[in-house]
Design a binder for this molecule. Structure first.
Ligand code: GP9
Ligand code: MN
Length: 418
C-alpha cells in the first residue's frame, strides 16, 4: 500500500529534536574534519593485548573529547559508501546493493550542500580511484566542492600496502591538501590500511598479531594499531600546520571489520560466546568528537546513550548553529536532551536503552538474555516504518520536491506508492 509524503513529513516532524542550548552553535565557523576509520569497531577501544593498548592514541584523545560508546554503524552492502551516505544525508542506505551506485544521481539535501549556504567549502580526501563506489557521481549529487582522489596523492611501492597508500602517508599528504582549501571547510578523510585482509609491512607492526583460530582477526589488531599511530601523527601535523585550533575533529568507524564468520575466534578473544545479541553489540563503532579548547579535560564526556551514524548530520549542523527543523533527516542531535534512545540497523535489528532486538528475538540489553517478545513489540513497527519511509524517499527521489526550507505543495498531493 502507499503512503503520502505528508505521512513521511508528519513522521519526521514528530521525530525532530530541539538542539541543546549548550552545544548549539558551539563550533560555529570552525572547520569540520571528519575521519572515516576503516573497519574500526568499538571493541578495540581501551582494550589491551598482553598489556599493550590497541589504540593508545584514540584512548588518550577520548580523554579530551565527547566519546559515544554506544554508537552503531548502520551500513549494509555498500560498506564505506553506505556510511558516507548515512552521515551526509541522515537517510538509511538500501537493504540491497549500494545506494551510491543505484541512486547516485538523485537529488539530495546533504550536509555539504546545506553548509555551502553558510560559507563552507567541502571536500572528500581518499587515495583511491574516483569512480570506486561511484563516488565521483555521488559526491556531485551530495554537493561536494572537490574530491581529492588518488590523482592528488603521491603513491609509490614504498608508501603503499594492501589496498594502496598507507594511512600515515595518506593523512600526512592530506593535511597539505587541506591547507590549500578556503576556510571554513568540511572535509571527510577516508582511511584504508585497516581494510580486509589487513596487510601490513613488518616495519609498521607495533603490536603482535593475536593467536586465535582466525587469521583475519589476528591480523586486524596490528592494522588497527597502525591506524591509531597514523592518526596520532595526523593530529600532530594539524597542530604544526595551524589547522588544529580552528577545527573540530569527528572520528568515526565506518562499519565492522570482523564478520560473523569469525564468531568463534572473536568469542575466544572477548572471553564470552558471540551470540546473536553479542553480534549486534559488536556493530558498535567508535565516535569521537573533539573540539579543541572546549572538550579538554573535565569538559570531556563519555556518552552512553544509544545512537547511530544517522544522528551525525543533525548533530554537526547544530554544532555549527544551523537549524534543522525543516530538513529531512531520520537521526537526531546526539546532544539533545530530548533524543530518544532508539537505533535501527539496516537489517531491521534495533537497540533501545533497555532492549536489543535481532533475528526475531528480544534481548535484555543488560544481561544479554532472551526475554519475552512483548518487551520489544512497541518498537517493532517504528523500526520497520522508519526504514520504509527512508526507502520511499530514495526510491522515489523525493528530495527533488523539497526546496530546502519547506516541502513543495505539489508534493503534498502526490501519492507515493511502492
Ligand atoms: C575503498 C574504501 C574501502 O575506496 O572505501 O571500501 P569498503 O570495502 O570498506 O567499502
Ligand atoms: Mn570501509
Amino acid at each position: 500500500d502507499g503512503s503520502s509524503f505528508v505521512d513521511i513529513e508528519n513522521y519526521l516532524n514528530a521525530n525532530y529534536k530541539k538542539p541543546s542550548e549548550e552545544t548549539f552553535n558551539m563550533a560555529n565557523g570552525k572547520n569540520i574534519i571528519l575521519v572515516s576509520m576503516e573497519s574500526t569497531q568499538s571493541f578495540v577501544i581501551n582494550e589491551t593485548v598482553e598489556g599493550e593498548e590497541i589504540t593508545p592514541f584514540l584512548n588518550d584523545l577520548i580523554e579530551d573529547s565527547y566519546y559515544f560508546e554506544n554508537f552503531y554503524h548502520q551500513t549494509a552492502q555498500g560498506k564505506t559508501s553506505d556510511s558516507e551516505f548515512i552521515l551526509d544525508n541522515s537517510l538509511y542506505p538500501l537493504g540491497r546493493g549500494a545506494v551510491f551506485f543505484t541512486h547516485g544521481s538523485n537529488e539530495y539535501t546533504a550536509t555539504p550542500k546545506i553548509i555551502k549556504e553558510h560559507g563552507y567549502y567541502s571536500s572528500v580526501l581518499h587515495a583511491n580511484n574516483k569512480s570506486f563506489w561511484n563516488r565521483d557521481i555521488m559526491y556531485d549529487s551530495l554537493g561536494y566542492d572537490h574530491f581529492f582522489d588518488i590523482e592528488s596523492y603521491e603513491v609509490n611501492d614504498e608508501n603503499s600496502v594492501g589496498w594502496g597508500l598507507k594511512d600515515k602517508e595518506f593523512l600526512e599528504q592530506s593535511v597539505d591538501l587541506m591547507k590549500t582549501q578556503p576556510q571554513p571547510f568540511y572535509s571527510k578523510l577516508i582511511t584504508l590500511t585497516n581494510h580486509f585482509p589487513f596487510e601490513l609491512d613488518e616495519e609498521d607492526k607495533m603490536i603482535d598479531e593475536l593467536t586465535t583460530r582466525s587469521r583475519t582477526l589476528n591480523r586486524y589488531i596490528p592494522t588497527v594499531r597502525y591506524q591509531d599511530e597514523a592518526l596520532k601523527h595526523f593530529v600532530q601535523k594539524l597542530k604544526d600546520e595551524g589547522l588544529y585550533e580552528n577545527s573540530i575533529l569527528v572520528f568515526y568507524g565506518d562499519h565492522y571489520g570482523i564478520s560473523e564468520n569469525h564468531n568463534v575466534a572473536m568469542g575466544e578473544f572477548l572471553g564470552r560466546e558471540v551470540t546473536s545479541f553479542e553480534s549486534v553489540q559488536l556493530q558498535r563503532v567508535p565516535l569521537i568528537i573533539h573540539i579543541p579548547g572546549v572538550t579538554d579535560g573535565d569538559k570531556s564526556k563519555v556518552i552512553s546513550d544509544v545512537s547511530g551514524q544517522i544522528d551525525l548530520k543533525p548533530t554537526i549542523l547544530h554544532l555549527l548553529g544551523i537549524e534543522t527543523k525543516n530538513d529531512v533527516h531520520f537521526g537526531a542531535d546526539l546532544f539533545s536532551d530530548k533524543k530518544v534512545e532508539f537505533t535501527v540497523l539496516r537489517d531491521g535489528s534495533f537497540i533501545t536503552d533497555k532492549y536489543v532486538y535481532t533475528k526475531s528475538t528480544c534481548y535484555d540489553k543488560e544481561t544479554g538474555l532472551e526475554i519475552e517478545a512483548t518487551n520489544c513489540e512497541p518498537y517493532m513497527e517504528k523500526a520497520t516504518q522508519e526504514l520504509d519511509y527512508s526507502d520511499q524517499i530514495v526510491y522515489g527521489d523525493l528530495l527533488r520536491f523539497y526546496n530546502g526550507t519547506d516541502y513543495k505543495e505539489e508534493l503534498e498531493e502526490a501519492e507515493v506508492t511502492e
